[in-house]
Design a protein around this ligand. Structure first.
Ligand SMILES: CCC/C=C/C(=O)SCCNC(=O)CCNC(=O)[C@H](O)C(C)(C)COP(=O)([O-])OP(=O)([O-])OC[C@H]1O[C@@H](n2cnc3c(N)ncnc32)[C@H](O)[C@@H]1OP(=O)([O-])[O-]
Ligand SMILES: NC(=O)C1=CN([C@@H]2O[C@H](COP(=O)(O)OP(=O)(O)OC[C@H]3O[C@@H](n4cnc5c(N)ncnc54)[C@H](OP(=O)(O)O)[C@@H]3O)[C@@H](O)[C@H]2O)C=CC1
Length: 287
């Protein structure tokens, strides 16, 4: 019997838990990033959204408008270190101080057969998902290291970091890198009061999904029945996990990657469904 989550509008932590705390969410104008941004704002945080597209920045601001904290949005391509630095300068000015939390949520992905992936397709996904995560973490941490102030970083991953992701070789490899990077940075920066954790969403359908990813999901019917806990995730549940990881109650958690997926990725048996080649799954013809 699936147990539904408490409804949108509840918070897991006490009201005002993040009042006076600045939070940066990359890709915070859409989907799961926006859900994370909203849960921080609900708890009083000042929230900054960073991403490339105006429409996404506006959507992020609109979602944050009902909450009391400062909401700000800054155009930024996380592949470009200078633009990241400029965006964080602008965030500090808007908040009147350094944000304490960085959520590296932005990523890139599309399904493609590995043998058909162009070098630039591979490079683009790795550049945004892995390199962008590193560059944002580096710029954010440098500022805290220089000022000797505590901070926390959450890197959003994917469970195919452990399993491989047939049909998503670029994204899976990049997310494996993100998980590994999380572990390195947690140790390097731990002595200076910076915790670094990973947060992995399982199946969280939402209306901002790119057509490619949505199409991939839509090939599966009965999505709830395919999850061990009997249902897919609601985006605000991921937001609750993020706020917990950034809270003082998680201060002794660092270098960990928390998977929020109802045990879906452990669902493996010796009698899995028959193998369907990736080309067939993607509707591609023979080689
Ligand atoms: C599944 C569960 C886990 C989910 C995890 C997620 O991350 S969900 C989050 C998902 N959310 C997002 O991903 C949101 C952000 N995503 C985006 O902005 C775009 O999808 C982006 C990743 C292509 C980057 O845009 P951009 O303007 O920087 O790049 P660009 O347009 O210049 O393309 C670069 C190269 O990639 C090639 N290529 C592109 N598409 C396809 C394809 N379908 N097929 C094959 N190849 C494709 C394109 O042809 C080009 O190579 P070329 O021709 O030069 O050799
Ligand atoms: N949805 C799901 O079920 C799952 C999601 N995930 C992970 O969760 C996170 C959020 O995914 P989801 O919300 O579904 O995806 P979306 O496609 O809705 O969000 C991706 C966000 O990343 C931003 N972005 C992409 N490229 C860049 C860039 N170069 N610079 C700055 N921002 C960029 C986009 O904004 P813009 O276009 O404005 O730049 C967009 O807001 C990702 O890390 C994803 O890998 C993992 C497993 C499953």
């Amino acid at each position: 019997m699936p147990v539904p989550p408490p409804p949108l509008g509840r918070s897991a932590l006490h009201p005002g838990a993040f009042t006076g705390t600045g939070v940066v969410v990359t890709g915070g104008g859409t989907g799961l990033g926006r859900a994370i941004a909203v849960e921080f704002a609900r708890l009083g945080a000042d929230v900054a959204v960073l991403s490339r597209k105006d429409e996404h920045l506006r959507a992020g601001l609109a979602a944050l408008a009902e909450f009391p904290g400062t909401a700000t949005a800054h155009p930024c391509d996380i592949r470009d270190p200078d633009r990241i630095a400029a965006a964080l300068d602008a965030v500090e000015e808007a908040f009147g101080g350094r944000p304490r939390v960085l959520v590296n949520n932005a990523a890139a992905n599309f399904p493609a057969a590995a043998e058909e992936m162009s070098p630039n397709a591979w490079r683009t996904v790795v550049d945004i998902t892995l390199n962008g995560t590193f560059l944002c973490a580096r710029e954010f941490a440098r500022r805290h290291l220089a000022a000797d102030t505590p901070a926390t970083i959450i890197n959003v991953g994917a469970s195919y970091a452990w399993t491989g992701g047939p049909g998503f070789a670029h994204s899976a490899a990049a997310k494996a890198g993100v998980k590994n990077l999380t572990e390195s940075l947690a140790v390097e920066w731990g002595p200076y009061g910076i915790t670094v954790n990973g947060l992995v969403p399982g199946m969280f359908p939402h209306r901002d999904m790119t057509a490619d990813i949505r199409g991939n999901l839509d090939r599966a019917h009965d999505k709830d029945d395919r999850q061990p806990v009997g249902r897919v995730g609601s985006p605000h549940e991921l937001g609750w996990a993020a706020t917990f990881l950034a809270s003082p109650y998680a201060g002794f958690i660092s270098g960990h990657t928390l998977v929020v997926d109802g045990a879906n990725w452990q669902r493996r048996t010796l009698t899995n469904p028959p193998v369907v080649p990736v080309r067939e799954q993607l509707g591609l013809g023979p080689h």
